[in-house]
Design a protein around this ligand. Structure first.
Ligand SMILES: Cc1cc2nc3c(=O)[nH]c(=O)nc-3n(C[C@H](O)[C@H](O)[C@H](O)COP(=O)(O)OP(=O)(O)OC[C@H]3O[C@@H](n4cnc5c(N)ncnc54)[C@H](O)[C@@H]3O)c2cc1C
Length: 484
């Protein structure tokens, strides 16, 4: 992603060397994304149909959380908006007022994304269904991460990036200022550079092993520290959403692609052994396993400085908060955005580096608050893990959000907050956080107008979804088109 984006945006200004080791390989489990990925692909001028074909991608409308609040309960975090704001007051205040009235009870029936996900239907904006519809679906992708990496590699190479296959065995620092000077490959080749982007994964080859930047361990907030990943054969329809099902000591993902389904159990090793976790995962698969489970170990947290001297850490080298809301690939993208904004073409300025780090830290912290909400706001007391989650410390950003919402249903979004008001609303309500009141301006609508508003939105949403094709059929038609 870094080589491709920098080649696209400033390939004529800088020489880019990409060093990777096939022998080490990539983690390759990041397969669910959020809608911002479309922006990344658009900046690269990647044709979406071509991308979908080459990465075995399917469309994602949101995430279904099963058994998180209590066993047997489920809710959606659907992308996109909900309902329609009236007179500048967000829709959900009207919904909070009208709950219990005819047409008011199901929040998600007012979301085009949620209804399409529940019906297993999909169509990109501008399609036939939308002619009288409320603005089209907000979507992201599920894709094969290894195929996306290969796709971007060849994109970068076509735009002048020199790619070297080989293992880095050593790095040297400039004695004068401790900046990185170069790296040495196993072949003996020395590669020097002005700016180094550490994309070496959990090991943090340059940012940590060489520069000793330090890592803030967030496992007090986000206790899961392992994952088992396993692909299965497709079984049944290809759902246009990720499923995250709570398990005794963590949660299981299901990510449907065109050619297989990605599955995994993210768990906390303090509460379950690897063998038990593997049994739980294998007992809860929908399709035939295509490989043995693969184990990954991690510590949730963030590198103390995302940019240190002349080294910027991206991806897992910068930190990892666990994959519950599919935020890691996005953090690579937003890190790149920020790097381009503060790019040290004219030399390094500490003020630029500090601002890059400040913004990145805030973004990580806002995401952390959103993730902790899923674990902490649970009614579950059935296993030691879930009892532990209820007692998790609350990051200050989360306390503020919950207090505001509990009072009068208000949701405030700050500058570096990745998630929209609609995302917070769905997860707060989905996890059982209930407001005591709502914005008083919602009382301005007459009772009749309020009921009509709700019924109209539901009718338009349901009608639009009914005109959409089934998701799997839509993907097949797209991949068949131009296949010859
Ligand atoms: C269980 C799990 C589930 C996840 N699910 C999601 C998800 O659904 N959505 C999402 O957005 N993200 C997800 N992620 C995160 C996602 O996988 C990563 O953000 C993404 O794959 C990027 O990884 P990376 O490039 O930072 O590291 P890696 O994939 O580990 O790549 C490291 C690269 O560095 C190279 N390298 C390392 N050492 C050397 C060396 N000495 N010499 C030369 N080259 C070297 C390797 O060859 C490789 O190319 C998940 C992560 C985990 C652990």
């Amino acid at each position: 992603m870094a080589a491709a984006a920098l080649a696209r945006v400033m390939g004529d200004l800088v020489d880019i060397r990409l060093i990777e080791s096939d022998e080490i390989g990539i983690v390759g489990v990041g397969e669910a994304t959020i809608p911002q990925i479309k922006l990344f692909n658009a900046v690269l001028e990647i044709d979406e149909d071509d991308f979908v074909k080459h990465t075995q991608a399917t469309f994602k409308l949101g995430i279904e959380f099963s058994d998180w609040t209590r066993v047997g309960h489920s809710y959606l975090h659907a992308f996109g908006g909900l309902g329609r704001d009236v007179g500048g007051t967000p829709f959900h205040h009207y919904w909070l007022r009208g709950r219990g009235n005819a047409g008011g009870e199901d929040l998600w029936a007012h979301s085009l994304n949620a209804e399409a996900a529940r019906a297993g239907r999909f169509e990109r904006p501008g399609g036939a269904a939308e002619t009288q519809g409320p603005g089209g679906l907000a979507y992201a992708f599920h894709f094969d991460a290894a195929l996306y990496a290969a796709y971007l590699r060849s994109y970068a190479e076509r735009r002048g990036v020199t790619r070297t296959e080989g293992r880095i065995v050593d790095a040297s620092l400039r004695p004068a200022d401790g900046f990185l000077e170069g790296v040495r490959l196993e072949s003996g080749e020395l590669v020097s550079g002005d700016l180094f982007i550490d994309c070496s994964g959990f090991r943090g080859l340059l940012i940590e092993q060489t520069l000793k930047t330090g890592y803030d361990d967030w496992s007090d907030y986000l206790p899961c520290d392992r994952a088992l990943a396993i692909p299965t054969a497709l079984a049944g329809p290809i759902h246009p959403f990720t499923r995250a099902t709570a398990r005794p000591a963590g949660w299981q993902w299901r990510i449907p692609l065109q050619h297989r389904t990605g599955n995994g159990y993210v768990y906390c090793s303090r509460f379950v052994s690897d063998d038990e976790a593997a049994s739980t995962l294998l007992a809860n698969l929908e399709g035939e396993p295509l490989a043995e489970p693969r184990r990954l170990t991690f510590v949730t947290g963030k590198r103390r400085k995302l940019w240190n001297r002349n080294c910027v850490a991206l991806g897992l080298a910068s930190g990892f908060m666990e994959p519950l809301e599919s935020t890691s690939i996005h953090l690579i993208q937003s890190g790149l955005n920020r790097l381009i904004q503060f790019f040290p073409l004219a030399g390094f300025e500490q003020a630029d580096i500090d601002e890059y780090n400040r913004q990145g830290d805030r973004e990580f912290e806002q995401i952390r608050a959103f993730l902790v909400l899923h674990y902490k706001a649970t009614e579950r007391t059935d296993t030691p893990f879930w009892r532990h989650c209820r007692a998790l410390p609350s990051p200050p950003e989360l306390d503020r959000k919950i207090d505001l919402f509990r009072a009068n249903g208000r949701i405030v979004r700050e500058a570096e907050d990745l998630f929209t008001e609609s995302s917070w609303l769905q997860v707060l309500l989905g996890q059982g956080v209930e407001p005591r009141g709502y914005h008083p301006l919602a009382d301005r609508l007459s009772q009749r107008d309020l009921v009509e508003l709700m019924i109209n939105i539901r009718r338009i949403v349901a009608g639009t979804v009914a005109r959409m094709p089934e998701h799997g059929a839509y993907v097949s038609a797209l991949t068949r088109a131009g296949a010859a």
